[in-house]
Design a protein around this ligand. Sequence first.
Ligand code: P61
Length: 458
Amino acid sequence: MKTIIEPFRIKSVEPITMSTRKAREFYLQAAHYNPFLLHSKDVIIDLLTDSGTGAMSSEQWAGIMRGDESYAGSVSFQRFERAVKDITGFKFVIPTHQGRAAERILFSIMCKKGDVIPNNTHFDTTRANIEFQGAEALDLKIAEASKPEVYHPFKGNMDLEKLQQIIKERGAKNIPIIMLTVTNNSGGGQPVSMENIRQVSRLARKYKIPFYLDACRFAENAYFIKLREEGYKRKSVKSIVKEMFSYADGCTMSAKKDGIANIGGFLCTNDEILAGKEKDLLILTEGFPTYGGLAGRDLEAIAIGLYEAMEDDYLKYRITSTEYLGKHISEAGVPIMLPTGGHAIYIDGRNFLPHIPKDQYPGWSLACELYLEAGVRSVEIGSVMFGVYDEKKKKDVLLPSLDLVRLAIPRRTYTQSHIDYVVEAIINVYNHRESVKGLKMTYQAKYRRHFTAHFKHL
Ligand code: P61
């Protein structure tokens, strides 16, 4: 059969409230043209994030009922720990309420002012937690990753020459950790090859620098290795995952992604002394080491979700459905980051709306228009999110090189017809793109302005 179907039946449904364009014009105006400020009930298809928005399976819901809520020594923790150890092979497992809590604990202990931490591309919470310690977060992606139109099977790879150079320039003693984000979220959900993981690990070991994976989308990364890397076609995803983790000394994880849970995360290490320090800090802010800020029921859902995320049929459907969206819009002429990644499609906003100058936020304008057209919520990753505003000059003085619009696909949540609806919406907007207007920012907060900024149409 050529048709790839969702490998599940639907047992419980969550209604979507349909709306008219006129109603959406009212909602968006009330939200000051900021999709983050919309009420979720006013959104038809929500592609803001794939984080914590997945649908749990009947097995996970059964696990929720089994959750042992004991303060200490919970059976649910034992199940969770067993699953994480089995999948990753790490010796010590520390539960956290989500990924950034794992990052905060790790970096508070491992890094100090003046240190540098290389990654393919740091995710924004990772960068923020490193910078909070006074250290430097350095992105060392390969050159192809900055060219949306260029095909490369593993655009998430780290540039090994640059890594070697940084180690020489800065000295291994000032590099407390080397990280790889799998898949590379900021670069479009692009995978990292096993060969690259192996090489980065080899360099890290040579200089005795601990090597960590930001493992949020480990299963999707493993599936790309199976599809695209020589020698892995016949291997199971579970064995590929095991090999990926075997090259690392630890990992941070947001279980809201490939844990297919609504909340949760963890931090792993093979270093007993480090694990002890991490547990001490965990107790201070997250909770006792057998729950780490989570309920026993969450630990159960994660323990089950981590295995479900590695199932072949699920991954085939997941990666194909993301690719399907990318293929259909790019065939209609819509400029996107290629090849399509695991969890999201990134539209090149500046190329989509070339008549809108950079300082009128073409990516943000496109995200707004997509909402008005069909109630589809996406997120701008560009000038509003990363632009640098000068208080004195009263304008943005630094804008990023791309204005991307991310359509992140929640796991097991939407069906083929939902994706077809999104394709139609994007193509409709593309067909009337000349009429889309730019925006002026009328209010911005000092930090992380995209979450609360206000805009008006020009
Ligand atoms: C996302 F706009 N990602 O992609 P936590 N590492 C990586 C992530 O993708 C990630 C985290 C660590 C989100 C959620 C998100 O400003 C934002 O469990 C590769 O969210 O703490 C999260 O994991 C952090 C979106 C987070 C944002 C912060 O949509």
